[in-house]
Design a binder for this molecule. Structure first.
Ligand SMILES: [Mg+2]
Length: 284
């Protein structure tokens, strides 16, 4: 049984616009009961918010199909230190996930300073966080994405906020979101799939594809987001398949292609060319 981890921004939608074919592909997965999770490094929204946003774009899925880096971070912390405390730089998705996993939000002496995406940041919060980290609180990032594409251009991402705290304290953050195996392993567990049967679809080499390659997943890069075909030669790792967009993908065709190459999934990845995709499929 094959299943999917699917990035959203740049794969399913761009800004407020659905990428053509995304609704058809997801509908096929639902109809054939193929396991899948949407995996996002955006910690702002709760999984219900994300499901509603998808619904409005014409993709109808259950909340259980959404897995955010905020959820991954909260679950990770709950295992590391059950019922701990956190000072949070972030928004509703992160606060809700921490509460759901038994965490209290405090503004004094926290176990962790947890940083996610958001527009609520001000210098006072940064100063407070720096003091806490220097006093021994551990620095945790939901992800290290340096920026996020928006309707109007680019805004600083979680990684940019974390960089400021790291520079000020000399402490390196621990990041949970993609490409961290912490988030990807948690997603595989949720789906009850093994790496060799899991297909990661994403538009970003540094997060989606790197995370997938590190765990030994099957990887598909779509060029409908931030990555161009000309960018690929500079990476030491390459996706199994490169397509223009999700519109070029068909579940049963993918299963056939991947089932044939299942004997040694790593054989063409180590030291392989970074320019051609291993499986021909649809060229972008
Ligand atoms: Mg993306």
């Amino acid at each position: 049984m094959f299943g999917y981890l699917i990035d959203m921004d740049g794969v399913i939608y761009r800004g407020q616009e659905l990428i053509p074919g995304a609704d058809r592909f997801i509908r096929e997965l639902c109809e054939h009961k193929v396991p899948f999770l949407f995996l996002t490094n955006n910690s702002q929204r709760t999984r219900r918010d994300v499901a509603t946003r998808l619904e409005r774009l014409g993709i109808s899925v259950e909340e259980e199909h959404i897995f955010t880096c905020a959820m991954a971070t909260a679950r990770f912390l709950a295992r590391q230190k059950p019922n701990g405390t956190a000072f949070v730089i972030g928004e509703g998705g992160l606060l809700t996930a921490l509460h759901t996993n038994g965490y209290s939000i405090v503004d004094k002496d926290p176990d962790y300073v947890v940083v996610g995406e958001g527009r609520t940041l001000n210098f006072e919060m940064v100063e407070t966080a720096v003091g806490m980290i220097l006093a021994g609180a551990k620095l945790v990032a939901t992800n290290m994405d340096p920026n996020c594409p928006t309707q109007s251009g680019t805004r600083p991402g979680c990684g940019a906020i974390v960089a400021m705290l790291e520079a000020a304290t000399g402490v390196k953050a621990f990041s949970v979101g993609k490409p961290s195996p912490v988030m990807l392993r948690a997603a595989l567990n949720d789906l009850n799939l093994v790496a060799d049967e899991t297909i990661m679809i994403g538009d970003t080499m540094e997060t989606d594809i790197l995370g997938g390659v590190q765990l030994g997943l099957r990887t598909i890069l779509v060029l409908s987001g931030g990555t161009h075909r000309e960018d690929l030669p500079r990476y030491t790792y390459c996706p199994d398949i490169v397509v223009a967009s999700i519109n070029d993908l068909n579940h049963f065709q993918l299963v056939r292609e991947f089932a044939e190459s299942s004997t040694d999934p790593f054989s063409n990845r180590i030291g392989g060319s970074t320019t051609d995709s291993r499986v021909g499929f649809v060229s972008a």
